[in-house]
Design a binder for this molecule. Structure first.
Ligand code: C2E
Ligand code: MG
Ligand code: MG
Ligand code: MG
Length: 277
């Protein structure tokens, strides 16, 4: 229904829509300011292997708004994508990732950790994305093997050949790829075999319901088997309980991420904690 309305070209005036539009514009203005005034932060959430060791972390954006307080990326990333602000924001995230990896190089405790960052479709589709990323990695002297890009299936709906080419270049350079929110998109499964993914992330929605809904358990099982046969490692998102972790482990999942292990924390806190050990 939503789509039809969008494409029909018919606009019905409704005050609540005008209000929503005004709020979006306000949020957009604020987001531009946020980028300028360093109100964005990259938090890190641990990714834990079956031995219970921290194998790496995922970078998750946080926006500390002066009036509204914490604004969730679920709210501002879609807006950033619509307005194009995702381009400078994404560039900033990569900069931060390089700073973090540089710091991780200083000590043996963090030298082998993987840092995963989220990359939006629109960002990845920029013609200079690959060149810029490679240049930034070279300039900072970080190890590209420690960097993993999380992309979603939506990226694979258009121009998959170009995506494949970019992925190939970056993979040859040493950067790794994970497919995020697996199972929630609309793309064909064949890309899994064709594209150089290393990791498949099981979406939080399946993990959340797998112990109460048998159909969800079946999906999780099938995803892990599929990953195994394609020699991809699996990361389960949103693991909140020991029961979920035990079940995933029994099914052969390799890596776990979720509140059970850690909440997203400021990058500096995460790094200091690793260095203390
Ligand atoms: P995502 O990449 O799928 O990230 C996982 C989300 O699950 C994060 O939400 C994380 O905080 C949340 N999470 C982790 N463990 C648990 C758990 O045990 N329980 C529950 N309920 N949630 C858990 P967050 O941080 O709000 O981010 C939402 C989405 O925003 C991300 O989903 C990603 O798509 C996007 N995002 C975040 N940071 C960036 C970024 O730097 N760039 C881009 N392009 N997108 C980003
Ligand atoms: Mg992610
Ligand atoms: Mg995800
Ligand atoms: Mg998600």
């Amino acid at each position: 229904a939503k789509l039809n309305h969008h494409h029909s070209g018919i606009e019905i005036f409704r005050p609540e829509l005008a209000e929503q539009a005004a709020q979006r514009i306000a949020l957009e203005t604020d987001l531009r300011q946020a980028l300028k005034h360093n109100q964005l932060q990259l938090f890190l959430q641990s990714q834990v292997n079956i031995q219970g060791e921290v194998a790496g972390a995922e970078g998750l954006l946080r926006w500390q708004h002066p009036q509204r307080g914490f604004v969730s990326p679920a709210e501002f990333i879609p807006l950033a994508e619509d307005t194009g602000l995702i381009i400078p924001i994404g560039r900033w995230v990569i900069e931060q990732a390089c700073v973090i990896l540089k710091r991780w190089q200083e000590r043996a405790e963090t030298q082998n950790l993987t840092l995963a960052i989220n990359v939006s479709g629109r960002q990845f589709q920029q013609p200079d994305f690959v060149d810029n990323l490679i240049r930034q990695i070279q300039q900072t002297g970080i190890n590209p093997n420690q960097l993993k890009l999380e992309i979603t299936e939506s990226l694979l709906l258009h121009d998959v050949e170009l995506v494949a080419e970019k992925m190939k270049l970056l993979t040859e350079f040493g950067v790794h790829f994970a497919i995020d929110d697996f199972g929630t998109g609309y793309s064909s499964l064949s890309y899994l075999a064709e594209l150089p993914f290393e990791t498949l992330k099981i979406d939080i929605s399946f993990v959340r319901d797998m112990l109460t809904q048998p159909s969800m358990a079946s999906i999780v099982k099938a995803i892990i088997q599929l990953a195994e046969s394609l020699q991809l490692t699996t990361v389960a998102e949103g693991v909140e309980t020991h029961e979920q972790a035990a079940y995933l482990k029994q099914l052969g999942c390799h890596t776990f991420q979720g509140f059970l292990f850690s909440r997203p924390t400021p990058a500096e806190v995460f790094t200091q904690e690793r260095h203390k050990r």
